[in-house]
Write a protein that binds this ligand. Sequence first.
Ligand code: PLP
Length: 407
Amino acid sequence: MAEHHESDAATVATAAAAHVVDPAAFLPFALPDIDEAEIEAVVACLRSGWVTTGPATRQFEQDFKAYLGGEVETISVNSATAGLHLALESLGIGPGDEVIVPTLTFTATAEVVRYLGAKPVFVDVEPEHMNLSIEAVEAAVTPRTRAVLPVHYAGLACDMDALLALARRRGLRVVEDAAHAFPTRYKGRLVGTLDSDITVFSFYANKTMTTGEGGMVVTRDAELARRIRLMRLHGISQDAFNRYVSRTPAWYYEVVAAGFKYNLTDIASSIGIQQLRKIDRFWQRREHLARRYHEALAGLPLQLPPLADTENGSTHAWHLYVVRMAPEAGMGRDELILKLSQRGIGTSVHFIPLHRQPVWRNSCELSASQFPVAEACYERILSLPLYTKMSDADQDRVIATLRELLA
Ligand SMILES: *Cc1c(COP(=O)(O)O)cnc(C)c1O
């Protein structure tokens, strides 16, 4: 054991000597942007004595709704995963149903389908944006298909016009996994206000804004919103639950469905209110960093991520800046990740396609040959550091290191 530790220490010492990396200077791939405003808001919440769902959560939902233009209903939840589950539940998805999801996403997108006893049907992505392929969706539709769950990969919207047209033609519901897409515009309209049934945002720690853990479900449909609110908190009927307006005694409530425990706390919402106030500034910073990467990395053996079509009013949220290594890079993706890490730069891979994950590969009998585009992308993708707290100098270090390794 002692020997093992010593050799570990020796390895670290050698690596540090070779590259002169100060461990304190490690540049992570993502970091939340929290400052005194969030800290004071959380302290105020704690001092108020109301820490679970209450006035701050109501305020956060109203502020989010206002940001989206006020025409939608906003239902906060304790994660986007919970929100996706509630969204599909409200649409009546259940055993025997199929829901189409892209393979290049986080496992949450598929697991919520399984929560309801339905079957996730995985489809390939298209090579340019790595969003789900509309042709692949079309080919995957069966008489059992009830819904499609598109993911706006990295923060650039899917071809929603084509997807919604297909959904209308084939009688499918659409739930947008917008975990990467706040704020994203699609042809001038914010994701969350498009013509899908439901949109779900994530406030996980590395997303474009955070509440620690949290999410927001957005819909125009009042009936769906009512069901989602009900199931968010144990299936306790709202009328009885709302003690402020109810004429029944405060202890009385009715449970009308076997619901879930997916409510967002006021502690989290206090953070969310402050983050939302800064979201446009956050977005501008991300946009600035993405453009700098674009300029500085041109000419290296890297395929740079697609830009939004600003001509038609689309924008990119830049949750992720995903580059693809060109065949002439002289090293593989795994080697580049390792070398960047040895030089104190964190990166990540979004995503290991779900058809490669044991649970989905085995339960849905998937093979790599069914997903040639995602397979080809997966071999070559890596996500570079991109977050609002990253300085231009931090980014220059990433750029210089990439030049050193690849030029
Ligand atoms: C982060 C993420 C989720 C899950 O969000 P949580 O808020 O952590 O539940 C779902 N889908 C995608 C594509 C994500 O990146």
